[in-house]
Design a protein around this ligand. Structure first.
Ligand SMILES: [Zn+2]
Length: 172
């Protein structure tokens, strides 16, 4: 970002999940301007556009580990939540619960601004749903759509949750 190449520190880690496979973590930090970029991806991915759907039916189902590359969009249609990757999107590893908490923080931030009555109602409705989902009181689907195919879901050991992997049709 600042053009001073010698100040960029790049770290790479390969992390193995027993019985599943490996996940690659990349982090780059500039000691000069503070620019930071992180990304994660499955090692040996298919690299075809991929959609992964997790059917969350109980409190235990939010504990699956989600590896979201910087290209992936996350959708939780029943909760009215879509997280799209911006131009400086970072890859992240988190449980589904982690993404629910993050979505909640964002909606709470939006609700702290001046909104009209309709927007306010929509925010509080979404917050109620997110809280219910975190507490395992709401069934919903958690979808990752990744045109790069680098994202993955590492199922929690011994779980019988329905996780569907299918090709993603990229529009345009
Ligand atoms: Zn820099």
């Amino acid at each position: 970002m600042c053009g001073k190449e010698s100040s960029l520190v790049v770290s790479e880690i390969c992390y193995e999940f027993p019985g599943f496979g490996s996940v690659y973590l990349l982090s780059a930090v500039c000691r000069n301007c503070g620019f930071k970029h992180t990304d994660v991806m499955e090692v040996n991915p298919h690299q075809d556009p991929l959609r992964i759907t997790v059917v969350v039916e109980g409190p235990d189902d939010v504990n699956h580990l989600v590896v979201r590359s910087s290209y992936a969009t996350i959708k939780m249609p029943e909760l009215g939540v879509t997280i799209t990757p911006g131009p400086y999107a970072q890859g992240v590893i988190s449980t589904i619960e982690g993404f629910l908490h993050r979505a909640k923080e964002i909606v709470e931030f939006l609700a702290s601004n001046e909104l009209d009555e309709e927007q306010m109602m929509k925010c509080s409705e979404t917050l109620d749903k997110l809280t219910a989902a975190i507490e395992g009181r709401l069934k919903f689907t958690f979808i990752i759509e990744d045109p790069s195919g680098l994202s993955t879901v590492v199922p929690k050991c011994g779980s019988a949750t329905k996780i569907i992997r299918e090709p993603l049709r990229v529009e345009g």
